[in-house]
Design a protein around this ligand. Structure first.
Ligand code: SF4
Length: 296
């Protein structure tokens, strides 16, 4: 079904109508209440006529073949290519976003491009001889309906599925999407609620719930932290994070620590390589053996 103002909008899932014509989106913990004619925080879910529509379904804005290590996934199908796709929008508002041209962009209302079906994405993955397909570039939660439909088809065709996500997703959509995923790289942006509140407008608790859910499902899991000087790089915070990983995921978990560069609204100087080496040494001292450093 199409929407008059946005011809390419598709009916969304996971929402409830309110008495006053607004809708409550249930896709992520932000739980936006979207007034008639408005859009959610992510910019891709819109209320038209008291119903929720997705602008992202069938409309990838970036599709490319990448090395799997670029996701980054270092322990899943190493040395292979992955068909990667993303759309616009994000449900977090990280002041340091390294990818804000996609995450904070919106679909223009005049857009008329034909939709790309899940079948076409799977066909393209086979044509490019990629053994896996990744939802990446922007936050896949905001296009969860599209990702789930693609993943279901990919599974039927023997193609592995990869999720690169901030982990901020509500229980119902996670319960549907996560079982369709073979490997995930989840951001753990900083191990405190204060960090998430100040720097991202999100919730650490929700991210940890997602990690536990993926672990329980047996999804191959790697976790990435973008290290920002003075914000999430202390030994104390790193030790707290490692405590949690040890107790809940295991010391064999693959952990990535990447250097940050000034971007978007954050002007803190770039992460020195020495900071990443210090964190790696701390991890190794505690018996974590699968530690990777990025952007250095
Ligand atoms: S998915 Fe988007 S519209 Fe829905 S609650 Fe999250 S930010 Fe709001």
């Amino acid at each position: 079904m199409e929407n008059a103002e946005y011809p390419a909008a598709s009916p969304a899932r996971w929402w409830e109508a309110e008495q006053d014509g607004s809708v409550r989106c249930g896709l992520c913990p932000r739980a936006c209440r979207i007034p008639a004619g408005g859009a959610g925080y992510c910019g891709v879910r819109i209320n038209r006529g008291g119903r929720l529509f997705s602008l992202a379904y069938g409309h990838p804005v970036s599709v490319a073949v990448d090395p799997i290590e670029k996701k980054p996934l270092n322990h899943f199908l190493p040395g292979t290519k992955v068909l990667s796709l993303g759309t616009f929008g994000c449900n977090l508002g990280c002041v340091f976003c390294q990818n804000h041209t996609l995450s904070r962009a919106c679909y223009p209302s005049s857009r008329q491009r034909p939709a790309v079906s899940p079948e076409e994405i799977v066909r393209l993955t086979k044509r490019e001889k990629c053994p896996s397909l990744a939802f990446t570039y922007n936050e896949p939660t905001v296009f969860a309906e599209y990702a789930a439909d693609i993943a279901r088809l990919a599974r039927q065709e023997g193609i592995k599925t990869v999720l690169v996500s901030n982990g901020m997703i509500s229980a119902a959509p996670a319960d549907e999407l996560y079982p369709l995923i073979d490997a995930a790289n989840i951001d753990m942006k900083g191990f405190s609620e204060a960090f998430y509140a100040e720097m991202c407008g999100g919730s650490l608790h929700a991210v940890l719930d997602s990690l536990l859910k993926l672990k329980k499902l047996g999804v191959h899991l790697e976790v990435t932290t973008l290290v920002i000087p003075g914000k999430n790089d202390s030994d104390e915070m790193t030790n707290s994070w490692l405590d949690w990983v040890e107790n809940n995921l295991g010391r064999e978990t693959v952990l990535h620590f990447s250097a940050y560069f000034p971007a978007f609204r954050c002007r803190i100087p770039a992460t020195p390589a020495e900071t990443l080496y210090r964190i790696r040494d701390l991890c190794r001292l505690r018996g974590f053996c699968n530690i990777y450093l990025g952007n250095i």
